[in-house]
Design a protein around this ligand. Structure first.
Ligand code: IMP
Ligand code: MG
Length: 174
């Protein structure tokens, strides 16, 4: 089986929207430092683009969480592959993720981080597929809500390919 990629959101559309969300985040956190926690691997492209546009002081850390299995469906079992380098107690934490699908990964991660007593904890996602939600997750900042299709590009992969695409595309299996 081979696949083709149909453009859903162009590079210009994505970059424009990230600038808007970054302006909102900068305003909301005015006078504070925001500690970004980027969720590897997919969230890293978005995190960089967001961080470059923030006008408040920023620090960053990275976590790598993986749901078991290689399928296009999230299994709901979350494993921490790489944990935080720095303590987050008392800090204003903003988790930056590529996509919220079933919500299982972020539901788990937010609870994990909340237990470390940050001063505040919010979630910012590039993409959200609300139709697919299996567990509730409060999303504070969303760039785009998208339909239930399998997405690649801007950090998102299909079997580890296409993360490097500068736009957001839909995988079409032929
Ligand atoms: P959730 O736990 O079901 O919300 O899934 C979250 C993770 O599944 C994301 O961080 C992605 O790594 C992956 N994922 C979900 N939907 C897609 C998609 O459309 N394309 C690529 N990866 C996806
Ligand atoms: Mg992810």
């Amino acid at each position: 089986m081979s696949e083709t990629i149909r453009v859903l959101l162009s590079e210009e559309e994505v970059d424009q929207r990230i600038s808007e969300v970054a302006a909102k985040v900068s305003k909301d956190y005015e006078g504070r430092q925001v500690h970004l926690i980027s969720v590897l691997k997919g969230g890293v492209f978005f995190t960089c683009e967001l961080a470059k546009r923030l006008t408040i002081p920023v620090s960053m850390d990275f976590m790598y969480v993986s749901s078991y299995g290689m399928s296009t469906k999230s299994s709901g079992v979350v494993k921490i592959v790489k944990d935080l380098d720095e303590e987050i107690e008392g800090r204003d934490v903003l988790v930056v993720e590529d996509i919220i699908d079933s919500g299982r990964t972020l539901n788990y991660l937010l609870e994990y981080l909340q237990n470390k007593n940050p001063k505040s904890l919010r979630l910012c996602t590039l993409l959200d597929k609300p139709e697919r939600r299996a567990v509730e997750v409060h999303v504070d900042y969303t760039c785009f809500q998208i339909p239930d299709e399998f997405i690649v590009g801007y950090g998102l992969d299909y079997a580890q390919k296409y993360r490097n695409l500068p736009y957001i595309g839909v995988v079409e299996l032929n």
